[in-house]
Ligand binder design. Structure first.
Ligand SMILES: Nc1ncnc2c1ncn2[C@@H]1O[C@H](COP(=O)(O)OP(=O)(O)OP(=O)(O)O)[C@@H](O)[C@H]1O
Ligand SMILES: [Mg+2]
Length: 274
C-alpha cells in the first residue's frame, strides 16, 4: 500500500480536483483506492456526490475514539472508497495539538492498513494550510504529489512546499517522505504564460514534474457541482483524458513498486495500453 498526500499550502491550485479525478481514474484501472478527505471544507466529499454527515470523518479515529475502518464508505465508483470530511475536522486542529504525539496520529491510525492488502493506494486531499492536519498527512505519507497552477508565482509556492517536506524529514516525524511528483494544472494553451511556467518548473524540478499537464476546462470546474468526477460528467472531454493520462503516468512511475499487489502487476501494466 502506498500513501500519497496531495498537498500544497497554496489554496485553489487543483488539489481536490486532482485527488478526486486521479482517484477515480486509478480506481477505473482496478487499483483499490481510499481517498481521505482531510479538509474541513469537505470539497472532495461533495465532489463525489456525498453528503457531509456529522461524525463521519477521520476526526474520531484521529483522537483514538474508534478505528479507521469504521469510517470508510464506498462511493458510486467501484474500487474507490472514501473517508469523508465533516466540520468536526476543523476542531481536530486544536484538540490534536494538545496531544503528545500530535504529529504522528494519522500515521499511527493508518499503520494497521499498511500491513494488509485492503487498499493499494491511500490518497489524502489536504487542506490549504500548514496546520496540524496537513502536517499529519506529511508525517503519514510515502510521498507528496503537488498540484500547481500554471501561473506566475508557481515556483515560489513550490520552493515553500519543498522546504516543508524537508522540515518533516528533519523533524524525525517521517524520514521516508519524498516529493513524488508535481502536476501542472489549469494549463491555458491560449496564453504564453502557461507554457513559460511549465518550462520554468521543469527546469528546476526535472523529472519530478509529470509529463501530463491538466488543461483549464470549464467542464472540470462544473463537475463538482453535479457531485460527479470528470470521468462521469464529461468522459470524452479534454479534462477526463488528461486525468486518465495522469493515472497511466502515475502507475507507470510506480509500477512495479509498492502499489501493485503481486497478482495484479501484469494486469496493471496491460491496462496501461488501453
Ligand atoms: N483544470 C481545471 N480547469 C478549470 N477549473 C479547475 C481546474 N482545476 C480546478 N479547477 C477549479 O478551480 C477551483 C479550485 O480547484 P480545487 O478545489 O481543486 O483546488 P484546491 O487546491 O483543492 O483548493 P483549496 O486549497 O481551497 O482546497 C475549483 O473551483 C475547481 O473546480
Ligand atoms: Mg481542496
Amino acid at each position: 500500500m502506498r500513501i500519497v498526500a496531495i498537498a500544497n499550502q497554496k489554496g485553489g491550485v487543483g488539489k481536490t480536483t486532482t485527488a478526486v479525478n486521479l482517484g477515480v481514474a486509478l480506481a477505473e484501472k482496478k487499483l483499490r483506492v481510499l481517498l481521505i478527505d482531510l479538509d474541513p471544507q469537505a470539497n472532495a466529499t461533495s465532489a463525489l456526490g456525498m453528503q457531509e454527515v456529522e461524525g463521519e470523518s477521520i476526526y474520531e479515529p484521529l483522537l483514538g475514539g474508534t478505528s479507521l475502518a469504521n469510517k470508510i464508505l464506498p462511493t458510486r465508483v467501484d474500487n474507490l472508497f472514501i473517508i469523508p470530511a465533516d466540520l468536526d475536522l476543523a476542531g481536530a486542529e486544536v484538540e490534536i495539538a494538545r496531544m503528545p504525539d500530535h504529529l504522528t496520529r494519522l500515521a499511527r491510525t493508518l499503520s494497521t492498513f499498511r500491513s494488509d492488502e485492503t487498499f493499494d493506494l491511500v490518497l489524502f486531499d489536504c487542506p490549504p494550510s500548514l496546520g496540524i492536519l496537513m502536517t499529519n498527512a506529511l508525517a503519514a505519507a510515502d510521498e507528496i504529489l503537488t498540484p500547481i497552477q500554471c501561473e506566475y508565482f508557481a515556483l515560489e509556492g513550490l520552493v515553500k512546499i519543498v522546504r516543508v517536506v524537508e522540515q518533516v524529514r528533519d523533524s524525525g516525524a517521517n524520514d521516508q517522505i519524498e516529493i513524488g511528483g508535481i502536476v501542472m494544472t489549469m494549463f491555458d494553451s491560449r496564453t504564453n504564460l502557461s507554457g513559460q511556467v511549465v518550462d520554468e518548473v521543469r527546469q528546476h524540478f526535472g523529472r519530478r514534474v509529470y509529463n501530463t499537464v491538466i488543461p483549464r476546462t470549464v467542464r472540470l470546474s462544473e463537475a463538482p457541482s453535479f457531485g460527479k468526477s470528470i470521468l462521469e460528467y464529461d468522459p470524452s472531454g479534454a479534462g477526463a483524458s488528461a486525468y486518465r493520462a495522469l493515472a497511466r503516468e502515475f502507475i507507470r512511475r510506480h509500477a512495479p513498486a509498492a502499489i501493485a499487489r503481486e497478482t495484479e502487476k501484469t494486469h496493471l501494466l496491460e491496462s496501461l495500453d488501453k
